[in-house]
Design a binder for this molecule. Sequence first.
Ligand code: FE
Length: 217
Amino acid sequence: MKKWQCTICGYIHSGDAPPEVCPVCGADKSQFTLVVEETPQPAAEKAPSPVVGKTRLEPGPSPASSAPLPLLSSEGIRRLMIKHHLHPITVHFPNGIIPMAAAFIFLAVIFQFAGLATASFYSMVFVLITLPAALFTGWNEWQKKYKGAMTPVFKIKILSALTVSACTLVSVLWSLIAPDVLKTPSTGRTLFLLLHVILLGATVSAGHLGGKLVFKD
Ligand code: FE
């Protein structure tokens, strides 16, 4: 059976033809290339340096991605960021803290416990500080690893990341301007809670799509 590889995300499809749309990144079938399995050669016909059982693509991958570069060059640093998985590392700070901060806000309202609202505020400040690193490493990974492809999956992921950033910024500013927003029932409090529901949804969306791209399932 033939194998086809998505040149955007690396997903492998088995079948006579490539899928209409990549189930992982949403790229269309024009982005798939046929994978050619090189079969072992008889000993007498072997080339001096045979590659046995290796999978290769036609046409081959861009040599630019494997060419050596000075480590301290901008390009070298960007490649190191991908090699050492800086985006998954940095994105776990906001992704891990936002659900806790949102939970604190709802618990603060339910139990009328101002301490939880304060804890949530400082958590959101921390998220705001860590977001630029997550955004920058994510943008770098999208540009370098996924060729900046604007498929539906990446559109939703970028929209989710921007929504998370905007909601976090608004949450922090709102708390600074109106520190008592959670104390009494009001339209403002309802909107503040709604803001954090949207924030949580966007965080889950970005994390889900990130996991899909990493694990290819
Ligand atoms: Fe793909």
